[in-house]
Design a protein around this ligand. Structure first.
Ligand SMILES: [Zn+2]
Length: 304
């Protein structure tokens, strides 16, 4: 796709493809290469990935290549963020949050509260009901998106006909993994990362297991290179939802193929868990169970 350009920003291929930024000195600097000779341009030409915090960029001159602006344009997409003040405008407690009420049936209330705080999950009054609000905070604590869902406080199931994004008329919002900001917590620095599809399952995983950090994509199709890029150097385990046996495309195969491609681009270890595939019944596959469903079933069975 770069055939027409003489210089391109070096494609990411692990930490050796990133350099110390001439301005902020962080190892976040992407350099230009001559595509014919594969040689770097002088050090000063490149872009710091910390676009908001640093902003250093220097392009090779227009005379060198008149098409360059187009290349730069692709790489210099500015991400817009939401105003974090919104996080303080929700209910000041989660006690009426239906998901919170449900989880309290099976887990210690203080622990549920801690996990809600860790993920910054909020509660919003909605007519006579309450919504569960999942923020997407990135590794720099920028607020990328807010997703609102309705849960049944007795079954923990989501009302699938309801779904809302907080949309403040911004054009360049970009989602990130749910829970990404937790990477900064010292106790999770060394943790293996489990990636699941749903936010609720990430929370259930954190409540049920120890020693893992659970992140959620928010959907099968959201497992992308872009979203996983901040997980460089991490050990990642993917755990997609089950798919019906006769499904044309299973989530497992889709994530497995994605994992192979992502592993080529970023330096991390990615594996895919076969646990659910192996230990599930046809009924559970047909109903597309996920790890969260297994956790809940297990808790119900151990209660009775
Ligand atoms: Zn910089």
């Amino acid at each position: 796709m770069y055939k027409n350009y003489k210089y391109v920003l070096e494609k990411y291929s692990g930490s050796k493809s990133r350099f110390n930024c001439p301005n902020c000195k962080r190892k976040e600097f992407t350099r230009y290469k001559n595509i014919e000779t594969n040689e770097y341009l002088p050090y000063e030409y490149g872009i710091c990935n910390r676009m908001i915090k640093c902003g250093y960029k220097k392009y090779p001159s227009q005379k060198i290549n008149s098409n360059l602006e187009e290349v730069n344009h692709n790489h210099l997409e500015i991400i817009e963020y939401l105003d974090k003040k919104i996080l303080y405008k929700f209910e000041n407690s989660n006690l009426k949050n239906p998901l919170f009420i449900f989880l309290k049936l099976y887990f210690d209330e203080i622990k549920v509260q801690q996990i809600f705080e860790l993920y910054q999950v909020k509660t919003e009054k909605y007519y006579e009901n309450y919504l569960t609000v999942f923020p997407q905070l990135d590794q720099d604590f920028n607020l990328r998106a807010l997703k609102k869902m309705r849960y049944n406080s007795q079954t923990g199931k989501r009302n699938k006909s309801f779904f809302q994004w907080y949309n403040p008329n911004k054009n360049n919002l970009k989602q990130c993994l749910f829970g990404l900001h937790i990477l900064n917590e010292p106790i999770f620095l060394e943790s293996k990362i489990v990636i699941v599809e749903s936010e609720k399952t990430a929370i259930l995983g954190m409540l049920y297991f120890e020693n893992y950090l659970f992140l959620a994509t928010g959907g099968m199709m959201n497992l992308t290179l872009e979203r996983l890029e901040p997980l460089q150097g991490k050990e990642i385990i993917l755990m997609p939802d089950l798919s019906p046996i006769n499904a044309k495309k299973s989530a497992f195969d889709y994530w497995k193929n994605k994992a192979v491609r992502i592993a080529k681009e970023i330096s991390c270890s990615i594996s895919i868990s076969t646990l659910l595939e192996e230990y599930s019944s046809d009924f559970q596959k047909e109903n597309q169970y996920d790890l969260g469903d297994f956790i809940i079933e297990n808790l119900i069975n151990s209660k009775t």
